[in-house]
Design a protein around this ligand. Structure first.
Ligand code: PGA
Length: 681
C-alpha cells in the first residue's frame, strides 16, 4: 500500500523553523588539559540545546587532538588478537595477608606448582606470598615454573627502619618480582606516588621486576577519569626510568572499585583503559616500548571471567587476589583459553569525545571524505574530515538522521520535516512534512541504492503508551512525495539499510528485538518480509542503527548490550565489536579505505565516554559507498538563517522592541536592551 502526502510549501511556516547554531572553529591544539576542558564543555552541552552552541574553541581543540589519534590508534584494531600472541601472558597471584601459617603457605604453593606443571601454557606465572613465607614458598616452587614475588619493599638499603624489608633481602631469598603502588598500600598505608617511584627505582636497580599497580577509585571512574588517573600514576612512578629498563616493569591496571568487590570491569572497559595506558607508553617511550610493555588487569578476576578478559588485545595477563588462594581456580586462570568459543571479537576505541546525548545516523561520504552524524535531541549535525575538528551545526530542534544528497548537500530528518541542507551556504529547504499531527518524529533514515530516501518514524511516547503509530516512508528521488512503504505500523524504526545491489532492505522495530529483511523493489518498496535475527533473551537491549558491508553482512548496534554485531546473510553472528559503553546507537563503515567502523553512542550516567564517537578497523570486509539522495531541487532561494544564534535567540531577534521598556533594540541580534538592560525574550 502506498500513501502519499505532499506539503513542503503548505507547512512552510506552520511549524517552528529550524535554526542554526554557531559553527565550529578549529584552533591550534595545546596538549595539556584538552580532554578535560572538552568534557566540561560537553557536560554543559548535555544540559540543553543552547549549550550545543556554547564555547566551541575548547571543544574543537580537543576534538582535533582526538582526531589525530584516529590516524594512528585504530590501525591495531584489525590485527585480530595478534597483540596477545606478541606479548607473553603473565599471571600473578597476590596472596595479601593469607594464608594463616607457613604450613598452609607451603601447601598452597605446592598445589600451585603442581597445577603449573600440569599446564603446557605459554604463560609466565608468579605468586606473591606474605614476607614471612617467602623463603619457604621459593623452595617449594623451585623448578615448577612459578616464580615468587614480594608484596612490598622499602627503598633504603639498610638502617633504622623497623618493620621494613629491602629489595636485596627479598632478592636474596629468591624473589624476582615486587608489587609496587598497590591501591591497598596507597589507601591504607598512605603510600604516595613518590613512594611508588622510589620503590620502582629500587626494584629495577636491584634487578627485580616491578609490578607497578595503578588504577582509579570509584569516584574517579564515575567522573570519567580512569585514563587520566592512570597516566598521572605512570608519569610519577616511571619518572627517570629509561626505555631499556622497561623490560623490568609490568603494569597492573587495577580499578580500585573492582578489587575484592566481585565487580570486574567488563573486558571492553579494561581494554579501553589498557589501550590508553599503552598509548601513554607510545607517547612517552615510542612504539617499540609500547608494543612490548605487559599490562595486567586486576580486580575480582575469576576462572569464569579470565577467558574473555584475555581476548582483549591490550590485556596481557591478570593480577589475581582472592581466586589465587584456591590453587584450582588460580590454575584455571593461568590455563586460560585464548580462543574461547563464540564470534570473533574486535574492540572499539573512543575517537571523538563529542558528548552526544543521543548520537545517531553516522554516514560516510566517499566523495567528500567526510563522516556525518547527528546528536538527535540536541539537534546538532556533525561533519568530520577525520583530521581537523568536527564541524557542528545546531538546528534547535530534534534531528533524527542525515543522508547524503546530490551536489554536496545533505538531507535531514528534522522534527519539522525532511529538509535539504547545504553545509557550504547554510541554506535549508523544507522538502516534505513528516507525519503531521502525530506525536512522532523522524528517526532512522537512509538513502536506498536507487537514490530515494527511506525514513522511519519514532513514537515519542513509545516507552509509555507502546502504541505502534509510526510509519516507514520513502521520499522519491527527484521529487518531494513522501510515500508510505510498509503495510504495518510500529514504535521505533531502526536498522534501515540496503545491501550492495540495493535489492534487500533491513528493518527493525527496536522494542520487538527482531531484525527483518525484505526484498526491495525500487518501484514498490519492501516486500516478502522474513526474520533475519532475533536478539536472544540472554542479551539485553535492542537492535538500533545498522549498516551493510560489501559481503552482504549486516552490522547492527545493540543498544544496551555494549556491542555491535555482524550478522551473516544466514542470520549467524560471526563478529562482535565490544565497546566500553552500554549504548551504541548506530554504525557505518567508512574512512579512506572503507575499512573503519564508526559507532555513535548515547549518554549514560557515570561514564564520560558515553555519547562519544567510537571507531574500530576491520580487516576482512569493506563498506559500500553511501549513495546520495538524487534530488537537484535548487536551494538558491531557500532561507538562510543567521548562524550563531540558538533557536530562542533567533526568534527573539525577530521581535524589534524590548518587552520591558518598549524601546527598539539596537540591532537585529542584540541580546539585551540598550535602554533598560532587559534580556530579549
Ligand atoms: P582481587 O584482588 O582479585 O581479590 O580483587 C586483586 C588485587 O588486589 O591484586
Amino acid at each position: 500500500m502506498l500513501r502519499l502526502h505532499h506539503g513542503a510549501s503548505a507547512l512552510r511556516f506552520a511549524r517552528p523553523r529550524p535554526r542554526f547554531g554557531r559553527s565550529a572553529r578549529a584552533v591550534t591544539p595545546t596538549k595539556a588539559g584538552l580532554l578535560d576542558s572538552f568534557r566540561n564543555v560537553s557536560k554543559r552541552s548535555q544540559n540543553g540545546a543552547k549549550s550545543a552552541t556554547g564555547t566551541t574553541s575548547e571543544v574543537d581543540v580537543a576534538a582535533l587532538e582526538r582526531a589525530v589519534k584516529l590516524e594512528t590508534a585504530p590501525v591495531r584494531q584489525g590485527e585480530k588478537n595478534e597483540a596477545n600472541t606478541k606479548r607473553r601472558a603473565v599471571m600473578a597471584g597476590n596472596w595479601k595477608l593469607n594464608p594463616k601459617t607457613a604450613a598452609d603457605a607451603k601447601t598452597l604453593a605446592a598445589l600451585v606448582g603442581a597445577a603449573r606443571r600440569d599446564v603446557d601454557a605459554d604463560v609466565d606465572v608468579f605468586v606473591c606470598p606474605p614476607a614471612p613465607f617467602l623463603a619457604d614458598v621459593v623452595r617449594v616452587l623451585e623448578g615448577s615454573g612459578v616464580a615468587v614475588g614480594c608484596q612490598n619493599i622499602y627503598w633504603k638499603d639498610s638502617g633504622a627502619f623497623t618493620g621494613e624489608m629491602t629489595a636485596e633481602m627479598a632478592k636474596s631469598v629468591g624473589c624476582t618480582h615486587v608489587l609496587v603502588g598497590h591501591s591497598e598500600r596507597r589507601e591504607l598505608f598512605g603510600e604516595t606516588d613518590e613512594h611508588t617511584r622510589l620503590k620502582t627505582r629500587k626494584a629495577i636497580d636491584c634487578g627485580m621486576t616491578a609490578v607497578l599497580c595503578i588504577g582509579e577509585t570509584k569516584t574517579e571512574y564515575e567522573a570519567g577519569q580512569a585514563r587520566r588517573v592512570c597516566s598521572r600514576q605512570l608519569e610519577a612512578a616511571l619518572e627517570g626510568v629509561q626505555a631499556d629498563e622497561l623490560s623490568q616493569v609490568i603494569v597492573a591496571y587495577e580499578p580500585v572499585w573492582a578489587i575484592g568487590t566481585g565487580l570486574t570491569a567488563t573486558p571492553a572497559i579494561a581494554q579501553s583503559v589498557h589501550a590508553g595506558i599503552r598509548q601513554w607508553f607510545r607517547e612517552k617511550y615510542g612504539d617499540g616500548a609500547a608494543s612490548k610493555i605487559r599490562i595486567q588487569y586486576g580486580g575480582s578476576v575469576k576462572p569464569e571471567t579470565v577467558d574473555e578478559l584475555m581476548q582483549a588485545p591490550d590485556v596481557d595477563g591478570c593480577l589475581v587476589g582472592g581466586a589465587s588462594l584456591v590453587a584450582e581456580q588460580f590454575g584455571r586462570i593461568f590455563n586460560f583459553d585464548p580462543t574461547p568459543e563464540g564470534p570473533r571479537k574486535l574492540w572499539a576505541e573512543e575517537v571523538v569525545p563529542c558528548g552526544n546525548q543521543l548520537g545517531e545516523s553516522p554516514i560516510w561520504s566517499e566523495e567528500r571524505q567526510t563522516l556525518y552524524w547527528v546528536d538527535a535531541p540536541a539537534g546538532t549535525l556533525f561533519s568530520w574530515d577525520l583530521k581537523s575538528a568536527p564541524v557542528r551545526t545546531n538546528f534547535g530542534e530534534v534531528l533524527g538522521c542525515v543522508g547524503l544528497r546530490s551536489g554536496g548537500t545533505l538531507i535531514l530528518g528534522l522534527e519539522s520535516g525532511l529538509h535539504a541542507f547545504d553545509p557550504a551556504t547554510k541554506k535549508l529547504k523544507l522538502l516534505s512534512e513528516f507525519e503531521p499531527g502525530l506525536n512522532t518524529r523522524p528517526n532512522d533514515g537512509r538513502v536506498d541504492r536507487f537514490g530515494n530516501f527511506v525514513i522511519g518514524s519514532y513514537n515519542n511516547a513509545h516507552r509509555v503508551d507502546a502504541a505502534p503509530i509510526g510509519g516507514l516512508w520513502r521520499l522519491r528521488a527527484k521529487g518531494q512525495e513522501l510515500e508510505e512503504i510498509l503495510d504495518y505500523k510500529f514504535r521505533c524504526s531502526n536498522c534501515i539499510c540496503f545491501t550492495k545491489s540495493g535489492t534487500t532492505m533491513f528493518f527493525c522495530d527496536t522494542p520487538t528485538r527482531k531484525i527483518y529483511q525484505f526484498d526491495y523493489d525500487p518501484r514498490v518498496g519492501p516486500m516478502n518480509r522474513r526474520l533475519l535475527y532475533e536478539l536472544p533473551s540472554s542479551v539485553p537491549g535492542g537492535p538500533d542503527g545498522a549498516q551493510c558491508d560489501d559481503d552482504g553482512n549486516l552490522w547492527a548496534a545493540i543498544s544496551g548490550a555494549g556491542k555491535v554485531i555482524r550478522i551473516t546473510p544466514e542470520g549467524k553472528v560471526n563478529l562482535e565489536i565490544e565497546l566500553p559503553v552500554k549504548q551504541p546507537t548506530s554504525v557505518t563503515i567508512g574512512g579512506p579505505m572503507l575499512d573503519t567502523v564508526f559507532i555513535t553512542t548515547r549518554a549514560e550516567n557515570g561514564r564520560n565516554d558515553a555519547g562519544s564517537l567510537f571507531a574500530c578497523r576491520v580487516d576482512d570486509t569493506r563498506g559500500i559507498p553511501e549513495p546520495e539522495y538524487a534530488d537537484s531541487t535548487s536551494l538558491a532561494n531557500a532561507e538562510t538563517l543567521t548562524p550563531g544564534l540558538t533557536r530562542a535567540e533567533q526568534s527573539a531577534a525577530k521581535s524589534k522592541f524590548c518587552s520591558d521598556c518598549g524601546v527598539a533594540f539596537a540591532s537585529k541580534t542584540a541580546r539585551f536592551c540598550a535602554n533598560c538592560g532587559a534580556r530579549r525574550s
